[in-house]
Design a protein around this ligand. Structure first.
Ligand code: FAD
Length: 310
């Protein structure tokens, strides 16, 4: 840090942020992280993570995030559990505003992630991360030989449903219309799969559960309001994700959904501002891919600082 100007500020504390923190701290950049009020990110919501390398018996999400934080802090990552309110990347040093205070930095790594869009119906909050998931790759294996539901009508829903047939005995896709955003090839693959049933004009209006977890859902036909119950021990909501970029207010280029665009390796449209993890990733959305991108962003920031003599 020179004249109160940091070399690197990291925004966000999921796997991408902590990995960027670890690499940049080890590179002696003395990074400062604003972890957000929900420090630890999306994995704080999940009990079992079985696909992050290095944990042969699995690990809980919160425990893993604590390990990532401890490891980065050991090398000097400074963490503040606060939200960034706004940024100004129009000139250097960059400005980051947190609780009314302005912090200056020569470079920035944005790792603010994305959030899955939930249905928001009765009974959902209690079953999130238990019977109801937004990630088949993450949680599909917990539903071996069970009947599960997939909600959505796009490619993600078809992909999740097809993937789930590896574990589940039956997969029912529920969609509120009979028109599909999914590509024909993905829809056909789901339609012809022996384990998949597709039910259009069915929207979930309530989740049902007992002490053991999810037991099913109340479905409504939007055409006439008629209702029925369906039994299920697992449900996967695949109606989209929303990147957390509203606080950037157009300071870096994004796609129409708000995902930050990479321009050169992990650098954004603003030289010196980098982005990593789910906030740029419309495809993989995994802890390990976010961590990998966090590493790339830290290395790119380090090289950029060197080339720009900071
Ligand atoms: C229920 C659930 C289970 C999952 N299970 C698995 C699994 O088993 N395996 C797997 O690989 N993946 C799993 N995932 C996906 C995985 O969690 C994500 O891919 C990963 O967390 C993305 O990491 P990230 O660092 O990009 O962002 P996130 O983990 O989303 O972290 C973003 C961070 O940014 C912070 N932030 C946001 N806005 C601001 C702001 N304005 N200022 C400061 N900070 C801010 C947030 O507080 C948060 O700390 C799961 C996801 C969910 C929701």
């Amino acid at each position: 840090m020179t004249d109160g100007i940091r070399d690197l500020i990291i925004i966000g504390s999921g796997p991408a942020g902590y990995t960027a923190g670890l690499y940049s701290a080890r590179a002696m950049l003395k990074p400062l992280m604003f972890a957000g009020y929900m420090s630890g990110g999306q994995l704080m919501l999940t009990s079992d993570v079985e696909n992050f390398p290095g944990y042969p018996s699995g690990v809980t999400g919160p425990e893993m995030m604590m390990h990532l934080r401890e490891q980065a802090e050991r090398f000097g990552l400074e963490v503040e559990d606060k939200n960034v309110e706004s940024v100004d990347f129009s000139g250097r040093p960059f400005k980051v505003v947190v609780e009314g205070e302005t912090f200056l930095s020569h470079s920035i790594v944005i790792c603010t992630g994305a959030e899955a869009i939930w249905l928001g119906v009765e009974g959902e909050d209690a079953q999130k991360g238990r019977g109801i998931s937004t990630c088949a790759t993450c949680d599909g294996a917990f539903f071996k030989d069970e009947e599960v539901l997939v909600i959505g009508g796009g490619d993600s829903a078809m992909e999740e449903a097809t993937f789930l047939t590896r574990f589940a005995s039956k997969v029912t896709i529920l969609h509120r219309r009979d028109t599909w955003r999914a590509s024909k090839v993905m829809l056909d693959r789901a339609r012809t799969h022996e384990k998949i049933e597709i039910r259009p004009f069915r929207q979930v209006v309530e989740w049902l559960s007992d002490d053991s977890g999810l037991t099913g859902a109340v479905l409504e036909d939007p055409r006439d309001g008629s209702r029925e119950e369906i039994s299920s021990t697992g449900a996967f909501i695949a109606i989209g994700h929303k990147p957390i970029t509203a606080f950037l207010e157009g300071q870096v280029e994004t796609d129409e959904e708000g995902y930050i665009l990479h321009k050169e390796h992990s650098m954004t449209s603003v030289a010196g501002v980098f982005a990593a993890g789910d906030v740029v990733d419309t495809r993989y959305r995994q802890a390990i891919t976010a961590a990998g991108m966090g590493c790339q962003a830290a290395m790119d920031a380090e090289r950029w600082l060197e080339d720009n003599q900071h």
